[in-house]
Design a protein around this ligand. Structure first.
Ligand SMILES: Cc1cc2nc3c(=O)[nH]c(=O)nc-3n(C[C@H](O)[C@H](O)[C@H](O)COP(=O)(O)O)c2cc1C
Length: 361
């Protein structure tokens, strides 16, 4: 048998009757499927424990996840091969805590509130691989190292140091937020963001995703162009350009760190190469640049074009670099972008040099 514990949020305000109705359907189905458990509701949070035969528990959980009355289902715990049930007699005990003023119930309400809140926060800050391991009931600190073929992406804002010299922290944060909103929305559909370090973004994808990621990068550059045009050159966003570098090959994905702090990270030749290729985007004035191994996966794509060669540090061979030859992927010369950013400095109330702590470019 298996036991699953999750939290979720109501999508709409639910009445006591709505929750009772969920309880009734659950009791009917769970009796049929030999499942048991408990469902707590407090404010807009559901907390459910579901236990029973693995196949039935999985099927029911899939139905529950698809239910539009709630969203953001976050699995807190999965216990495999349980021998005993916690709630053998409850086919689904539904408990609505909202109106319960019992002193003993108060700490439970507070606990549900904080579990829900903390997991929403954790979800935003943790790598998906780690979240997925938790949701599958695995111990993320024990994920074994894996060698895999991956597509690595690095992106970096052109002239970010110049922005950071005079923009106040709140403004530069808002600039980065708008940038990442655009980048993350496009990339997260296909893979995982590894890091956002100041203005530097690193992400990885499975190799099969190469065509989709290339199209997503083109779309991001188009969206960025639209944003610049809309904001005009009197706004910092009007001078926001980014260079994206891609490389593919074998990488090692592993858990590193100490008992005090751990991270899930990827390393290998293609990680270094992708970072170097991103650096070259400014030199060749292209917003998207990728290696020959990436290009070989989109052979025949219109406008695929070889534009540079690159000699990786410590290696004798050269790597051919490609782009997609589209006007929206051209970068203005770096000096021109920097001059544009500097033109904002005079008009800026904080026009003096002011470095934003912790931001590196
Ligand atoms: C928070 C929540 C918990 C639920 N728990 C169960 C459950 O334990 N068992 C169940 O069969 N359905 C449960 N449901 C309902 C399912 O999502 C789904 O509506 C139902 O299983 C469909 O049953 P039917 O095909 O018999 O109409 C739950 C729904 C919500 C929103």
């Amino acid at each position: 048998m298996k036991r699953v514990t999750y939290i979720s949020n109501f999508t709409d305000r639910m009445s006591f009757e709505d929750v009772e109705q969920i309880g009734e359907i659950s009791v009917r189905n769970n009796t049929r499927d030999d499942l048991s458990g408990v469902l707590f509701c407090y404010r807009n949070v559901f907390y459910q424990v579901l236990e029973g035969p693995e196949e039935k528990a999985d099927a029911t959980l899939e139905r529950i996840k698809r239910d539009e009355r709630h969203g953001n289902v976050f699995i807190l715990n999965v216990e495999q091969d349980i021998k005993e049930r916690l709630y053998p007699d409850w086919k689904m005990k539904t408990v609505v805590l909202d109106d319960n003023q019992d002193y003993l119930v108060r700490p439970i309400k507070m606990m549900l509130d904080s579990i829900a809140r903390n997991h929403r926060w954790l979800e935003k800050y943790s790598p998906q691989t780690i979240l997925k391991a938790i949701q599958n009931g695995e111990d993320p600190t024990r994920l074994p190292p894996r060698q895999q073929d991956a597509l690595i992406l690095f992106a970096d804002i052109v002239g970010f140091t110049t922005f950071s010299e005079f923009m106040p922290p709140a403004e530069i944060t808002s600039l980065l937020d708008q940038y990442y909103e655009l980048m993350n929305r496009a990339l997260l559909r296909h893979g995982e963001i590894m890091k956002m370090t100041g203005d530097g973004l690193a992400a990885h994808f499975s190799i099969e995703k190469i065509p989709a990621v290339i199209e997503a990068c083109i779309q991001m550059q188009r969206d960025l162009e639209r944003l610049r045009t809309r904001q005009g050159n009197r706004s910092a966003l009007g001078h926001l350009y980014t260079g994206i570098g891609l490389a593919s090959g074998k990488v090692i994905a592993t858990n590193v760190g100490s008992d005090l702090r751990r991270d899930y990270t990827l390393f290998g030749d293609s990680v270094n190469v992708a970072s170097r290729v991103e650096g070259i985007t400014r030199k060749v004035k292209r917003g998207l640049l990728f290696t020959d191994t990436v290009a070989s996966r989109i052979e025949g794509r219109p406008a695929l074009s070889r534009i540079a060669r690159y000699n990786p540090k410590g290696k004798s061979e050269y790597i051919d670099l490609y782009t997609i030859d589209l006007p929206e992927l051209k970068l203005p010369p770096r000096d021109q972008i920097i001059a544009g950013i500097r033109s904002l400095q005079a008009a800026h109330p904080n026009g003096t040099k002011q470095l934003v702590a912790g931001v590196v470019s």
